[in-house]
Write a protein that binds this ligand. Structure first.
Ligand code: CUA
Length: 335
């Protein structure tokens, strides 16, 4: 390689290194290194054992390699060392050593596998999670409530998610809660854990499921029991319908357009193709985590959903900008 090539190579290597290291933030939004449930702590524990075992083995192997390279390097005056072909003790030991390493890793791994597949505790909160192209539906049978893309859970109470895939295979993944679990049509997988830290934790679909796979995000809100109970009460209540003003105009447009065929607003419509919008105004985001929930963004979404979310099943309905904005104001009033 010439001088010029080398001069270009160094900045490129440097830039690549910076980009790689930038992905290493321990507290990034979807970190798996800051666990917030028993499930995630168990996995991180095994991960720690494997990482430290790998560090020790790498140190031993690299040190031995360096020593051999230095000790037996080619020297003009040194005689050839004795040549060895076959060494029973060495071969037995480097067969047994990796087997021992695997055994050390296998014991805690198998313990965690069984612990995370254990039967659901009787006081667990059951949530049916349906992965759909490309959003998440959460229904709570005990409370007869359905919501989308924002999963609320009470702090410190075991939760069991029963995962259903009505269309294709998805994978439910909130890294701080624990590992991925596939959402498979015709099968009901379960994911049980107890959230132990309050906060909002981000997740996403982790199995390629079509055009907008990357746009299938979710948020998990873990809150103290009393806040969760308040959330349940307000989610179960019908949304207050606006009586006058721009929101009421929007309600009229909503009720007379194709929206009602696909979306439920309890007391107004019963569509089940798209997300339940009864309390849409309380959600933080739009389009399964794509955009902040604001009048401008919802208007742009209604005017042309596929422009914002490629492949989305909701078509542009041919509404005017004024009609779309009126519906946006209405939907955001649904608290
Ligand atoms: Cu759903 Cu990827």
């Amino acid at each position: 390689m010439g001088i010029v090539g080398r001069a270009r190579l160094l900045p490129r290597l440097g830039l690549t290194g910076v980009v790689l290291v930038a992905g290493c933030a321990r507290t990034g939004p979807q970190t798996s290194l800051v666990p917030v449930s028993d499930f995630a702590r168990d996995i991180l524990h095994v991960y720690g054992i494997i990482t430290w075992a790998a560090v020790v083995i790498a140190a031993v192997v690299v040190s031995a390699l360096c020593w051999v390279l230095l000790r037996y390097r080619d020297r003009p005056d040194a005689p050839l060392p004795p040549q060895t072909r076959g060494h029973a003790l060495l071969e037995i030991s480097w067969t047994i050593a990796p087997a021992l390493v695997l055994l050390v890793i296998a014991i805690p791994t198998i313990q965690v596998v069984f612990r995370t597949q254990a039967a659901t505790p009787p006081d667990a909160l059951e949530v049916i999670v349906r992965g759909r192209q490309w959003w998440w539906e959460f229904s709570y049978p005990a409370y007869e409530l359905v919501t989308a893309n924002e999963l609320h859970l009470p702090l410190g109470r075991p939760a069991v998610l029963r995962l259903e895939g009505p269309d294709v295979i998805h994978s439910f993944w909130v890294p701080q809660i624990g590992g991925k679990r596939d959402v498979v049509p015709g099968r009901r997988n379960e994911l049980g854990f107890t959230p132990d830290t309050p906060g909002t934790f981000l997740g996403q679909c982790a199995e390629f499921c079509g055009t907008s796979h990357a746009n299938m995000l979710l948020r998990m809100v873990v809150e103290p029991a009393d806040a969760f109970e308040r959330w349940v009460v307000s989610e179960r209540a019908p949304a207050l319908q606006p009586q006058a003003g721009p929101a009421a105009d929007g309600a009229a447009v909503f009720a007379s357009s194709a929206c009602v065929g696909c979306h439920t607003v309890r007391g107004v419509s019963t569509g089940v193709v798209g997300p339940d919008l009864t309390h849409f105004g309380r959600r933080a985001t739009l389009g399964a985590g794509l955009l902040p929930n604001s009048v401008d963004n919802v208007t742009a979404w209604i005017l042309d959903p596929p422009r914002i979310k490629p492949g989305v099943k909701m078509p542009a309905l041919g509404l005017t900008e004024a009609q779309a904005r009126a519906i946006a104001v209405y939907l955001l009033s649904l608290k």
